[in-house]
Design a protein around this ligand. Structure first.
Ligand SMILES: Nc1ncnc2c1ncn2[C@@H]1O[C@H](COP(=O)(O)OP(=O)(O)O)[C@@H](O)[C@H]1O
Ligand SMILES: [Mg+2]
Length: 359
């Protein structure tokens, strides 16, 4: 229970848009941020008090970074275990190493979720062609093959419907450890963004309903089109996951919902602020970024109520250039992440509308 007071310095590993929005929220509460990222063009550097440009394996740079901060956190789940360990020697790391260990490997993640009493899609680990064939026998088709590590935005995944798809799997996994998951015929995808403070207080935001396009989040709507029972159940599940990890900070829990049965299947957890929580900046009483800072500094958590009906849309690639359109819309809150190159599919910014459909 170590309170980190305003005026202190927060270290953030990772310099993307999540780190940037965390640093902005931290500044509002009177904290300074020191960002550690290997990429000198990191969006978060533009809004930080201090930066370190070094590799995540650079022990000397990591040690100096950790010594310069009062608490360290991260904006991506692939922080190497050794990096986390080096930082932990010198300062508080929140969330802790266990959250990283569980979420970095889809097999560990699914095992952990199952042990926590949360339902997942059926899954089997495989590496070789022979193991894949065995896995397909157990899971059936359709199924989804996913590499255990380093997958994001659908990368490292193959949907297996027919025999021909099976041949693609090893090309994508390259024989790396992978899992085969049963395909879930869901009605909708939802997520719960939940915070747990260092003192163990937990607060979940209202459930968001997510639409993906080409495996990348496109929109989030709040409230989700689910009944009160499913909403409550989803929050209970996310809370149970945060508690069983003794998690500190904000985490995103992605879920599939089957409306008819009122069934929820947990897809994955992200030990960080989450894209499906961006709506909270203008749409909730406390933003997920402020909530993360409150949680890791052991301040009281803020209220999570939505301020109405909220719609968030990601701006991918050149969509970011439609600046004038959004500025002309009195209900649009436009966010530009300060990235230079609008490559197709790249997350460049987002827009949020609160109660816009009532006008
Ligand atoms: N078992 C599954 N059944 C049905 N759809 C799935 C399944 N696994 C993943 N998907 C779809 O693919 C998306 C990305 O998969 P996910 O496991 O969340 O990986 P990523 O790390 O790339 O976000 C999901 O949001 C969902 O739309
Ligand atoms: Mg996902």
């Amino acid at each position: 229970m170590t309170r980190i007071n305003p005026g202190s310095t927060i270290g953030i590993m990772g310099g993307g848009q999540l780190g940037r929005m965390l640093a902005l929220a931290a500044a509002n509460l009177g904290y300074r941020c020191h960002i550690f990222c290997p990429d000198e063009r990191s969006p978060a550097f533009q809004v930080a008090h201090d930066v370190t440009i070094a590799d995540y394996s650079d022990e000397k740079a990591l040690t100096a970074f950790a010594q310069s901060v009062d608490v360290a956190t991260y904006e991506f789940e692939n922080v190497p275990a050794l990096t986390a360990e080096i930082v932990s020697r010198e300062t508080l790391l929140r969330p802790g190493a266990r959250a990283l260990q569980v979420s970095q490997d889809r097999l560990h993640e699914k095992d952990f979720l199952t042990e926590s009493g949360v339902k997942t899609a059926p899954y089997v680990a495989f590496e070789s062609e022979a193991e894949l064939q065995e896995a397909i026998k157990k899971i059936g088709r359709p199924a989804v093959a996913k590499t255990r590590r380093f997958g994001y935005d659908g990368k490292g995944q193959v949907m297996i419907k027919n025999r021909a798809d099976i041949d693609k799997v090893l090309d994508v996994t390259g024989g790396a450890p992978a899992i085969l998951e049963g395909f879930v015929n869901f009605d909708r995808e939802i997520s719960v963004v939940v915070a747990r403070s260092a003192s163990g207080d937990v607060a979940a935001f209202p459930v968001g309903e997510n639409v993906h396009s080409n495996h990348v989040l496109d929109t989030t709507d709040v409230p989700a089109q689910i009944n009160d029972m499913v909403e409550a159940k989803a929050k209970v599940m996310a809370t149970r996951i945060a508690n069983s990890l003794e998690y500190v900070g904000v985490m995103g829990v992605e879920m599939f919902v089957n409306d008819g049965a009122g069934e929820i299947i947990v897809n994955e957890i992200a030990p960080r602020v989450h894209n499906s929580g961006h709506w909270t900046i203008e749409g909730a009483e406390t933003s997920q970024f402020e909530q993360h800072i409150r949680a890791i500094c052991d301040l009281p958590l803020g209220p999570t109520d939505a301020r109405g009906r909220v719609h968030m849309k990601n701006l991918l690639g050149k969509e970011i250039l439609e600046f004038d359109k959004y500025l002309a819309d009195p209900k649009a809150h436009y966010h530009h992440y300060g990235k230079q190159d609008p490559r197709p599919g790249r997350k460049m910014g987002h827009v949020t509308w609160v109660n816009a459909d009532e006008d």
